[in-house]
Design a protein around this ligand. Sequence first.
Ligand code: SF4
Length: 270
Amino acid sequence: MRLVEDTEALSRFMATFENKPREGIHVSDVVGVCLRRTLLDRVHGRPLPDASTAAKWGVGLEWEEVLTPRLYPDCERQVHVELDGIVGTVDFVDKEHGVSVEAKATWHKPPGALVDVDVWRKRLWWVFSQHMGYTKMLGKTWGRIATLYVNGMDGDLRWRPGGPELRFLNVYYSQSDLDHNWEELRANKALLIAGGRGEKVLPGAKMNGICGSCPHVDELTELPITQQAHPTFPCDGVARLTMRYLKESGRNIFQQEMSTSMNTEDANGK
Ligand code: SF4
């Protein structure tokens, strides 16, 4: 017997993650996990994932494309929605109720009860924010989130070995929560547009720990060590250089796609 690693198969798998330029400002861009990263993606291109990240993306894609439709068979896939110059692609719309079904594959659940709103607000606010955005765009006040916890519910401190677990939530929002969230998304859109004009250095990551997996980290290694250092804004130097480049080149990264909504009002965040 002989074991030989099939590197060609790995290359084929990695090639499925080629990057296509994205058009428009999307809900996921303005949820605000890191506006700076969104802008760097557009200006410098989004670096391809490493094999480990690609494997995680692959699990997420399969969960969304293959498994979720088994749960809600009467759903329309990848529904395009648009409001106030923000574009959304809803994973699924439940045809019976017209609500969004968001498919999430995540490694494990954070500590706390599954249906504890405070846990979601503190630890998974970005999932909420995106889902609230889609819910508002669809003119609804509730929706569904279908989650695959790849490593199980270890945050519950239960004595059982890890393993995949499924949890399904119906999430009901108040109209004021939806409206407040939407205003935040609109304000982030205005910030992004100002950043794309080279007028503003955008804020860094709003979520602890994501800088470590940032695809732009290689660019950061070009910087002097003091500027790479954690914990606050390790890519401040890159963000400033990007702004200077946009300003000096007169290039506006959102110009073509945002011609209708990109006006002074937006840039002022109103
Ligand atoms: S290193 Fe952190 S702050 Fe900088 S772009 Fe990446 S995620 Fe954002």
